[in-house]
Design a protein around this ligand. Structure first.
Ligand SMILES: Cc1ncc(COP(=O)(O)O)c(C=O)c1O
Length: 379
């Protein structure tokens, strides 16, 4: 059997970029120490830490005091929603609005706040494109809403929301606005100030940085109850010894996304859509491809079950996904695909292919070639 090692699951996690690894290794070799220590090693670590904080703040267009490092977007999303809810327990705003295509770290957190903290969670529908139904959202906004949380770019279908438009609506109603930017950060512009965002979550391992590190932007002056209590690191917003090397890795990774690498991802997307349409004309692409990430396509080949294709391709050295990585072990169909109007059968047939800066056009050609072989295997 023809076998080429091909990883096309960058949305689940992207490989550490060699330049990032080199930079992180150089830091580990320096033995920076704890940035809270006041001796020379500590001061060196603190200088490095603040350099990275400034770099991330610049990417988000906020001040560096508004950036707090966490273990990843799951923790950032938890901190955003729990922290807000717990510091507004006595207020009259008791509704939390989330979109129907949120990552489980927002969905489950909101659900927990409903079950255990007396909040009511309402779900904002999306259109078949995967974009928020703005007219429905407008009807839901009002005095009872504490926060609106909307995923910036979806992890399964890649749809990118118009955060500026939504931010203005939230602002007009005095509602706080959070977005999960785990997939979007560096791959589509974000400007927390221009978009009227109060909180924004990011993750390092989606941008070729190390796993286990992320950050959250929290607008200055916002009341957010810290969820990690201890040594008072990160201005007491998130206690725990600060992993400077991981943070610098994330910051270095974010610098890889130049306009050149983004246009490479865009041209890979154009090429993928073109060859998919040419070679498998009955394939169906889900969600918009206009307002969408340059590195994720969700599609189906009719009558080919997603999981069957995934396993057969895996045997041939190709790794893709049938939905989010967190969902892949579950039996029920993806809530994202259901939300954009697919029935169960269609949702079970969907495949997610995602690539990164190291992917080549020939890799995508090879993928389609192998997918055709897999489709035409005798049952
Ligand atoms: C949209 C989205 N939000 C949150 C997360 C969780 O991020 P992390 O792995 O950094 O906790 C992911 C990654 O799986 C994601 O795709």
């Amino acid at each position: 059997m023809n076998k080429k090692d091909l990883y096309l699951d960058y949305a689940a996690s992207s490989p550490l970029h060699p330049e990032v690894l080199r930079y992180m290794t150089s830091l580990y070799e320096k033995n920076l120490g704890n940035p809270a220590s006041i001796h020379r090693s500590g001061v060196m670590a603190a200088v490095e830490l603040e350099k990275s904080r400034n770099a991330i703040a610049k990417k988000l267009n906020c001040s560096s005091e508004e950036v707090y490092f966490t273990s990843g977007a799951t923790e950032s999303n938890n901190l955003a929603l729990r922290g807000l809810a717990q510091s507004h327990l006595l207020g009259s705003r008791k509704e939390i609005l989330i979109s129907s295509i949120e990552h489980s770290s927002v969905k489950q957190t909101a659900q927990d706040l409903e079950e255990n903290f007396g909040f009511k969670v309402l779900t904002i529908p999306v259109l078949p494109s995967g974009l928020i139904n703005i007219e429905e959202l407008k009807k839901m906004l009002g005095q009872r809403v504490l926060v609106v949380s909307i995923i910036h770019a979806n992890n399964e279908i890649g749809s990118i929301q118009n955060l500026k438009e939504i931010g203005l609506l939230c602002k007009a109603h005095g509602i706080l606005f959070h977005s999960d930017g785990a997939q979007a950060f560096c791959k589509t512009p974000v400007d927390v100030t221009d978009m009227n965002l109060d909180l924004y979550s990011i993750s390092s391992h989606k941008i070729h940085g190390p796993r286990g590190i992320g950050a959250i932007y929290i607008k200055s002056g916002l009341r957010v109850q810290p969820q990690n209590i201890g040594g008072g690191q990160e201005s007491s917003m998130r206690s725990g010894t600060v992993p400077v090397e991981l943070i610098s890795g994330m910051s270095a990774a974010s610098e890889l996304y130049t306009s050149l690498s983004l246009s490479k991802l865009e041209s890979l997307k154009e090429h993928f859509i073109k060859i998919l349409n040419q070679k498998i004309p009955d394939a169906i692409i889900y969600g918009t491809t206009k307002s969408s990430l340059p590195n994720i396509i969700n599609f189906a080949v009719p009558e080919l079950l997603g999981k069957t294709a995934l396993h057969l391709l895996d045997q041939r050295g190709i790794r893709i996904s049938v939905g989010s990585a967190c969902h892949s072990g579950k039996k029920n169909p993806s809530h994202v695909l259901k939300a954009i109007g697919l029935n169960d059968k269609e949702a079970y047939e969907a495949l997610r292919v995602s690539w990164g800066v190291q992917t080549q056009v020939s890799d995508l050609d090879y993928f389609i070639e192998q997918l055709l072989l897999v489709r035409d295997l005798p049952a």
